[in-house]
Design a protein around this ligand. Sequence first.
Ligand code: REL
Length: 995
Amino acid sequence: MRAAFRRLWTSGSVLRDSLAGQLLAVMIIFAGGFCLTAAPLQAQTQIIGFAPGAAASALKTGTQADQKQDTASYLLAARDRAATILISGDDYKGVAIAAGNLSADFKRVTGTAARVIPDGATATQPLDMAILAGTIGHNALIDALIQKGKIQVDEVAGKWESTLMQVVDNPVPGVKRALVIAGSDKRGTIYGIYEISRQIGVSAWYYWGDVPTRHRDQIYCLNQRTVLASPKVKYRGIFLNDEAPALSGWVHEKFGGFNHQFYTKVFELLLRLKANYLWPAMWGNAFNDDDTLNPRLADQYGIVMGTSHHEPMLRAQQEWKRYGKGEWNYQTNQKVLDDFWEKGIEHMGTHESIVTVGMRGDGDMPMTEGSNIALLEKIIKDQRSILSRVTGKPASETPQLWALYKEVQEYYDKGMRVPDDITLLLCDDNWGNLRKLPKLDAPYRPGGYGIYYHFDYVGDPRNYKWINTNTIERTWEQMHLAYSYGVDKIWIVNVGDLKPMEFPISFFLDYAYNPDKISYEDLPAYTKSWAARQFGGHYPAEIADIIHLFTKYNARVKPELLDRNTYSLEHFEEWNRVVTDYTSLAKRSEAVYQALPEAYRPAYFELVGYQVAASANLYQLYRAQALNHLYARQGRSATGRYADSVRFYYLQDSLLSYRYNKVNAGGKWNHFMDQTHIGYTYWQQPEHNSLPEVKNISLPEKPLLGIAAPDTLYLDRWTAEKELAGKISVFAKSATPVSYQIKTADPAVIIIENKKSQLDLAQAGVDISFQVNWDQLGGDHSAGQLRTTSMEISGSGGAYKKIVLQLHDGAAGNWPHKAYIESDHLVSMDALGFTGDSVKFSQGVRWTALPGFGKTAGAVTPMPVNFTPMPFSPQNPSISYRFYTTDKGKASLKFYLAPTLNLWHTEGLEFAYAIDDGSPVTINMNQGVQSEQAWRKEVAATIRIITEKVDLSRSGLHTLKIWAISPGVVLEKMELNFGKERPSFLGAPASYFHP
Ligand code: REL
């Protein structure tokens, strides 16, 4: 964004200003690794405190003001001792497991583990300081404290996953003081325990991301009372899926299979992230059957288990493969299927679970032709009878979900309904775009709604399962919509192999824990605080920016879809620009890696560095291939060199994977980068990476010059430099050096390179650039005139080309301020570039800036999002853009929008626009039934482009006004084009904005 915009955006809103202040305070706190003092990084002391809401995201918490109440603090642990952890033998096993992990966390921090007394009531020796952790009703010491009025648990008792944390004097005879953790239920207590781990600086990713723990000599605890309120979304989890070759390869090598040794590591991670729900790996794996300890330990740890959308009744698809008899078809094989499902429920026992109901075809396929709503309704009815028969309780007392995945949503849309206690699991389109949301006035259903989302996918139009390609900006925007429309029962996300999705997993689960705590404006601070937590407070701003940018770049097009044709060599210098952006990002990332203390480097490489380096390398590879092909067509002598570059980057890719697998962290994550990603020919992954096709040509001996240039070159005075880059090139087409000469018709056009030169063969070519001495240029000097002159290039082998130069001295025109200026028949406007005073509120809704969103600078969307569509009226919330044209007449106007689907299944999401005083035109961004083909194209390019034909009756200053009609419309940019189409992937870069 240009500096002028940046200023506009940082000073434009009061809200933003006050938020900036808050975030600053938060960052001081986070910089010290959650110290609640502004302690410098070197401080050897950690003070933990339980400021209200100091939960998973911890954003907007722990401000200095929060700590005024009582800042007395008590020593909790030191180098040689740690507070004793008192739990109860009557409590849940998961509490003991978490207490054991907390004990180990103390050792990680101070070097001394905390003693855990499994039955706190039996503690004999006097203790100065203890941690007393227990679940209300399951721990006699906690219950006694409540009875004696020493703790007040009204806000917590009976709630879902809620916790009171409070320092209490003389809680138990012989114990001088204790930090009491009183959980409302099993996970309430467990989350309270892991909240201490988090605050003393142990990352949830200490194992899975090799995040080091900073040593502290002492840990103090503030004398405060805090309540961790119930999470806003009840079930929050992940789906380990598409797990071969990466996760499977690793699991088999390190654990011998998907057994409890592996799964307990996943359970612990989830609980530390304050999640509670898991769909287990199912490619060749069956959670319950592979290791009978898997489900038992899940329950003990405190994880609610489920199975994916096509594995009903808690039975894995693999179990059917292993034990099923006959067809997976309820019409022909009902008895066998009923028995099979009954076993699933028998095995469930009392383990906390969400039972997937319904049926799909075997292996993630639609049911057979002729399967109908009546049959599916019968299936669900029969499944519920099994449920109630086996559990001895009404079916409604076991949590269930029905996933409206792929074709199943059509059954729902055609009117199929299930009992109200079943959660309707709404889904995205597998590409991060929600397909359906309840309407604001949807009748209450006790089972409510959930979302199944994707960070990884196997399927059309292409698998994406190698590295992280998800931006938290789009995840926020879609899940924010979901939450705003009452979807709060289940949020589950497909995370593929788990690594390297550390960052989006953290975000998804933190956001699910409390969506009210993280606003869009908080996202940069969220990323920063996440980076601070993983990398010991080193360079959080720089790392956050790197994460933001690499996910943005990777979300533009999945690496699996990237190829030599993705970006344009011809227009806007696009290939060069994206490669330069990526390689400079890779340089920044490498500088961070080098600057980090040794101990943090493995974590950085896994969580950030590898993904940036490998992606930048892939961009270089495909650009080299694009040039290799272009040069082969042009007969350039440099063709072969670019073939070599492709080979080099291809090798480099495998070396980076090798480093991730075998070298980084001592080879701990071997196989995680086994995923193929180069050489796709259709949606399914190739067996092996393969070298992209390269061209080689034979060159004549006799010197022959090549000239690549347009017949006519338009140049605007103000953007000349940008527009000229790479437009005129001379190069050798022979195996021998060549020479060239340039003649300009007007002496005011001054060639910067030598006018006459030899090209040696090591050069790919020379890009010719020139300066224009505008005041001495011949022709009509009156305002805004186009002056025409020419240039001739000739050289070895009789090469010759004349180029007509159309030079536009825009400066002579009187440009208006705060407007985009047309150049070369085009005005491109970032959606963020509305002028500060042109946003209109109406009905409490306004167009709101989403900086950083989407493929380019950012986006705008009407917010708050929970409004009923407003039929068009000039009073609707509006936003305007000023632009200046030298052309007039017919033009195309393109709107670039995030590919949001018709979420409420109405006519489509709408907005309206008008230019100047023209009549407003309503646009339906989901017009008509979207073909599969159009959808594929849009998700592959992460953009929907709507093209309008417009006719401007005059040149000069114009206003483009846009009105909101429906929520969910996210506009990224607009492009007005009087000239011919210039195909590119990102569209024209933003035009010059005259401040
Ligand atoms: O993303 C999805 O939901 C599907 O691709 C998977 O659920 C599906 O189970 C696939 O892995 C099947 O084999």
